[in-house]
Design a binder for this molecule. Structure first.
Ligand SMILES: O=C(CO)[C@H](O)[C@H](O)COP(=O)(O)O
Ligand SMILES: [Co+2]
Length: 220
């Protein structure tokens, strides 16, 4: 079962040149990206540290693209307002990042931001069965979160398929994103399973020609 919505390409800033972030954000909009994916890592929930709300806020004037903020942090609740104020359009939290997923999703919605929830590779799709009415976006991690440039875990494809079926049954418009190891070989696999947002770091920011890389993913 595939999605009827147009597929979106969301380059991940994690693979950009951190010394030139403003230019990198503007360049990816000109290259035809649909969203900008921003990976926030805390060195606690994941074994890496990236950037926080101050960087998101500094980048906001450089692009009109929707800012898709992927929070790999624990706890999340104390930081939601800061990311919303910084200019996040979507805030995605991890189902594994605390015992009160429902409360955190309520808090995101109360901030007027689209609410997303992400699943690590070891978490089953059923973890979301009680919150499907509260989410605008589901993000399947096809690598273990924390680093760019890892290999796509093909064992996650069945989960993408199951989540597509769960989403279609709701009748709600919920985007299904796949994040990690997406390139021209794995993008068609993810889309065939039902994904409609492709998040790609190395396969876009790791290339010289961003527009060509985005076109290649779109047509793959
Ligand atoms: O959330 C992430 C890592 O935790 C990144 O979004 C993801 O890994 C993108 O990088 P790549 O396309 O290079 O795998
Ligand atoms: Co991400």
């Amino acid at each position: 079962m595939t999605s009827t919505a147009p597929h979106l390409i969301a380059p991940s800033l994690l693979a950009a040149d951190f010394a030139r972030l403003g230019e990198e954000v503007a360049a990816i909009e000109s290259a035809g990206a649909d969203w900008l994916h921003l990976d926030v890592m805390d060195g606690h929930f994941v074994p890496n540290i990236s950037f926080g709300p101050a960087v998101v806020q500094a980048l906001r004037p450089h692009s009109r693209l929707p800012f898709d903020v992927h929070l790999m942090i624990e706890p999340v609740d104390p930081y939601l307002e800061a990311f919303a104020k910084a200019g996040a359009d979507h805030i995605t939290i991890h189902a594994e990042a605390g015992p009160h997923l429902h409360r955190s999703l309520q808090a995101i919605r109360a901030l007027g931001v689209k609410a997303g929830v992400s699943l690590c590779p070891a978490t089953p799709p059923e973890a979301l069965s009680q919150v499907l009415d509260m989410v605008d976006l589901i993000l399947v991690m096809s690598v273990n979160p924390g680093f760019g440039g890892q290999k796509f875990l093909h064992g996650q494809v069945g989960k993408i398929r199951t989540l597509r079926e769960m989403i279609n049954k709701t009748g709600r418009q919920i985007r299904l994103a796949v994040d990690g190891g997406i390139d021209t070989e794995t993008a068609p696999v993810a889309v065939a399973a039902g994904a409609d947002v492709l998040i790609a770091g190395s396969a876009v920011y790791g290339r010289d020609d961003y527009a060509a890389a985005i076109r290649a993913l779109r047509s793959a």
